[in-house]
Design a protein around this ligand. Structure first.
Ligand code: TRP
Ligand code: ZN
Length: 877
């Protein structure tokens, strides 16, 4: 793990495993520094594997105690063992059991992969290659085995013992202070879905009855004292279970489903079979400590991990190149769930915002890769926005192309055909092709070609012919690995609006109508002629962001104002306003002066006044694009200070021009009854807090007083934090006051302290770098905890462009120091932090050179992990 892997892994090199494992019997005796693991594997030669191949089991930093074969100890010469592998060159036949004893030290495990301790509790993280840090095993996702796990531990240290599947037995170990539990998981699974937990945890119990009447015992395990904070997660879990039955026909398949919340976790959560392990950030919530966004995050991640039970666990991935098979599909499923639970348009808008912010930027820079990569040096670095978010978009496009019923038929066939399999993207697409009779050959390029397609659409109206002609061109930016790219299949949802805003009926000149209002672009250049159009229409294209593309059209500002007011597609209504803002912001950043914002102001005024609109939608539509989004739209030679100034200036213009309606909206959406995290209430808070942001833009004493009143007068974190955030933007005595107050209130609550850290890291002032450095020294901060690191360092590097990209290069230097310090302890998190440089090529030359120097300093450091060295070298390529 410590040394950069010399050989990349290639998709083209895939070979079936030479040996299979039918059953695994694990006996784990937990101890803080010397946990003993005895593993008994029923090995069988794979008839489809390489003939005569030796048994090669993966390891990572393991200490071997002994090996036995069919019960007899193996002599030293019969096997080769290193910390990284256990090899039997001359296995005695095609079927035998191997018993392996290893010792691991969970307290010394700072990587948080394998078996480790978090606040004293034992837990595991095995995806993608953590199981090999527990015992020797063919640690690859196409080796599926049935696991029986006996866990033993000190009764006081770990009263709760959990593993996958159903509990078979538990009890004291006679004459000792220890106890044991035996868990059995009847479903064959790959090693990455193994999990084990031992500790002092409180169970929040509940139950669920599946559609076919099977009872399921539910449990969420949290630190004692935090039980009431798991209520919302439990509610989200039950809603997820029901939704998967109705929306996808998928039922749960064990007697128990457990979730454990831990404080030290590299990512969001993990879908281990029957025993999901969660970053506690995605479990724990109370109105006083969690924001509306936190609640939505919990709902989404609980659903995501639960949905993996079918898309990931029952049907798993053949190899890690197929990661999007489970992740893209499961993100799509959790997005659909949240859309059904909340507001579909608002969910779509926030998903697209995330897609563009995280994935489009990734795809436009040196870390760009296809949804299904073809080579990797470190798989941990491919849990990316491209695999997850673009992977979900590809599934969404399939649904758009095939329609609701065709899509469902394909999903059903996929689950039916591949239940119990380790499948591939080809299998996935074949299910849809076979279920609908549609050829998806060209569509498959979405998995193999990197880059965001650039699409231009030029519309022209011919009054004499009563036709509207749409000329579409597409091009996907070439890359070093793929200098020539083929045209993609683009499902473009489309509408034409008449002068009164009414939707015009669509028919094409070849006599076809436009099924579901979607045109399919398949060529580099293609034209569509709509007939029977009696007046000049306004084009609404790529509705709902039906294809993940960079679209430019010949719509005028007037057209955009019209769409913002009339489009029946809420996404494009939102997008029209954003486009107007982007046009101003780009010009403003380039020229140092904003052009006339009149059209945007009028569009925003109308939207604000429209009482028929959902407040949550208004909040999205009226929020200006962030600095990173503006930089992405500019694309090259970006000066973050110019972007910042342009955005501030436009915000001031809007705040000034709309002062009265903003104040009215603020008062009209005042908190009424007790806090509820539901979408409608959250939407009112979102709009009110957005208006507060505008109202305090000028930092007038009255406005700041209003924010302070909100800060002090509320009972919920959403409103308190929103007020804090606007106060902290301004360098006034109130800033210090509220920051200190907030710290005092929540000093014992790490997840809330993360908000406090994150907010300070984002102050767009020169003093911020020193502030961030000082914050790292506080006892509430720890480089060993990924949530703290992401909250402080991650926010500074990704959400404060003017300060991270300080012209003196000190922001870059700081990040490099952090990454190099962290790498020895937690390479995964170190690599994530380093990927903040992924957009550096779009910067103006001075800052770009500074970022490049910083990356070189990393790349030239000896002894880097594979994780960090991979990100550094690809970023520089
Ligand atoms: N499979 C998990 C999910 O998306 C994420 C995951 C992958 C993960 N690798 C991890 C979580 C390592 C924690 C640590 O649902
Ligand atoms: Zn996932």
């Amino acid at each position: 793990m410590r040394d950069a892997e010399p050989h990349p892994v290639r998709l083209a090199d895939y070979r079936p495993p030479a040996w299979l494992v039918d059953t695994v019997n694990l006996d784990v005796s937990l101890h803080p520094t010397a946990t003993r693991v005895v593993s008994r594997l029923a090995l069988r030669r794979n008839p489809k594997g390489e003939a005569g191949a030796p048994v090669v089991l993966d390891g990572d930093g393991l200490t071997l105690v002994r090996v036995a074969l069919d019960g007899a100890p193996l002599a030293g010469g019969a096997y080769e063992a290193t910390p990284e592998a256990l090899i039997l060159r001359a296995p005695p036949g095609d079927r035998f059991t191997l018993e392996i004893e290893t010792l691991v030290d969970p307290t010394a495990n700072t990587q948080l992969m394998g078996l480790y301790r978090s606040r004293g509790n034992y837990c595991t993280q095995c995806e993608p290659e953590g199981f090999r840090r527990i015992t020797y095993f063919p640690d690859r996702s196409d080796v599926l085995a049935v696991y029986t796990v006996r866990i033993e531990a000190n009764r006081e240290e770990a009263p709760v013992l959990l593993s996958n599947g159903n509990l078979e037995r538990n009890g004291p170990v006679p004459d000792t202070d220890r106890h044991y539990a035996i868990w059995h998981d009847p479903w064959p699974k790959p090693s990455y879905l193994f999990a084990l937990v031992g500790g002092n945890l409180s169970k929040v119990p509940d139950h669920f009855v599946t559609a076919s009447g099977k009872p399921v015992e539910l449990g969420i395990y949290v630190e004692p004292g935090k039980e009431t904070r798991a209520t919302y997660a439990m509610d989200a879990l039950k809603r997820s279970m029901r939704w998967d039955e109705t929306a996808f026909g998928r039922e749960y398949d064990l007697d128990v489903f457990n979730i454990v919340a831990v404080s030290d976790f590299n990512m969001g959560a993990m879908e281990n079979k029957g025993l999901n392990v969660f970053n506690d950030k995605y479990v724990l919530a109370s109105p006083e400590t969690a924001t509306d966004a936190d609640y939505a995050g919990i709902e989404g991640v609980i659903a995501h991990e639960y949905f993996h039970n079918w898309s990931g666990n029952r049907v798993t991935c053949r190899d890690w190149f197929q990661l999007c098979l489970k992740e893209g599909l499961t993100v799509f499923r959790d997005q659909e769930f949240s859309s059904d639970q909340r507001s579909r348009p608002v969910k779509r808008i926030s998903d697209v915002r995330l897609l563009k912010a995280a994935q489009f930027t990734e795809d436009a820079g040196p870390l760009s890769h296809p949804v299904r990569p073809e080579t990797y040096r470190e798989i941990n670095n491919f849990y990316t926005a491209t695999v997850y978010e673009k992977g979900a978009e590809v599934v969404r496009m399939l649904k758009t192309l095939l329609g609701e019923q065709g899509f469902r038929a394909g999903m059903d066939l996929y689950f039916e055909r591949h239940d119990g399999d380790a499948a591939t993207i080809e299998d996935f697409l074949a299910a849809f092709a076979d279920a609908t009779g549609r050829d998806l050959g060209q569509f498959a390029a979405w998995y193999s070609q990197s880059g965001t397609p650039r699409v231009t659409a030029h519309g022209s109206y011919d009054a004499a012919a009563r036709t509207y002609r749409l000329d579409v061109r597409q091009e996907t930016p070439p890359s070093a690995l793929q200098p020539v790219k083929r045209p993609m299949v683009l499902p473009l949802a489309v509408g034409l609006l008449g002068p009164d805003g009414a939707e015009l009926p669509l028919s094409l000149d070849d006599g076809r109508n436009v099924p579901r209002h979607v045109i399919e672009v398949t060529q580099a250049e293609q034209s569509f002629v709509f007939t029977g159009i009696t007046e000049r229409p306004v084009l609404s294209l790529n509705r709902g962001f039906s294809a993940p593309i960079n679209l430019s059209t010949n719509l005028t500002d007037t057209d955009l104002v019209f769409l913002a007011a009339h489009d029946s597609d809420p996404f494009n209504r939102f997008d029209a306003l954003q486009d107007l803002a982007f046009r101003l912001l780009k010009a403003g950043a380039a020229e140092g002066r904003l052009p006339d914002a009149g059209p945007l102001v009028e569009a925003a005024r109308r939207l604000l006044a429209d009482t028929a609109l959902d407040p949550a939608f208004k909040a999205q539509a009226l929020a200006l694009p962030g600095e990173n989004e503006i930089a992405r739209e500019i694309g090259s030679n970006v000066d973050p200070d110019a972007v910042f100034k342009a955005r501030r200036a436009l915000r001031a213009v809007l705040a000034d021009a709309l002062a009265a309606p903003l104040a009215t909206a603020y008062d009209a959406h005042a908190a009424g009854t007790a806090y509820s995290p539901d979408a409608a209430a959250a939407g009112r808070r979102a709009l009110r807090n957005l208006t507060l942001d505008y109202l305090t833009a000028s930092a007038s004493p009255e406005a700041l007083a209003r924010a302070q009143a909100q800060y002090a007068g509320t009972d919920n974190m959403t409103d308190r934090f929103a007020a804090l955030a606007v106060i902290v933007q301004h360098d006034t005595p109130a800033r210090t006051e509220v920051l200190e107050d907030f710290y005092r209130r929540f000093v014992t609550d790490p997840l809330v302290i993360d908000k406090w850290l994150s907010l300070q890291a984002q102050i767009p002032e020169e003093g911020t770098l020193d502030r961030v450095k000082a914050l790292t020294l506080l006892p509430v901060f720890s480089m060993a905890n990924p949530n703290r690191v992401r909250a402080l360092i991650g926010a500074f590097a990704t959400a404060n462009p003017t300060q991270f990209h300080r012209p003196d290069g000190k922001g870059h230097d700081f990040l490099v120091d952090v990454v190099l310090g962290l790498d020895a302890k937690n390479p995964q998190v170190a690599a994530r932090m380093l990927s903040a440089f992924k957009t550096f090529r779009q910067l103006e030359p001075g800052r770009r050179a500074s970022a490049e120097r910083a990356l070189r300093r990393v790349a030239e450091t000896p002894g880097l992990s594979a994780d960090v060295s991979d990100i550094a070298s690809r970023s520089l390529s």
